[in-house]
Design a protein. Sequence first.
Length: 151
Amino acid sequence: MIELEQSVLIRRPLDEVFALASDPEKDPNWTAVVEHVDVTAPLGVGVRLIQRVHLLGRRAHVPVEVLEYEPPVRVVLRANLPHIQVLGWRLFEWTGEGTRVTFRTQARLGGLFALTTPLFVRTARRHLEEDLTRLRRILESAAFQQPLQAT
């Protein structure tokens, strides 16, 4: 089992950060891997979507299911591909200085993919860090400059 966790403090209100970072449909705006998302219903428990991703030089369509949806603090997603299962937590907490965003990932690689575990871990850790940095930059940019308020 692979486990990764990365956090960032974003100096923006909780509701504002949650609105962008909790919704997988908006992932192409700030993640390096997700190119497009097909969603057929509003975000909520049980919703299924398809993410088109580009990773390690390959494109894939990844089915994703929303397991938990607790605005504005938590979203849990599950992605299943043959030989790859991923659980992802997106956690949001108001700190008084801004919103702490924590992404936690558990992955299980099977079959031949198990041989790529070290590469998977390095790549996933790098993408997670870059994505959260990009998310922070977008939300703290001039386009989002409204006074901070506790939510």
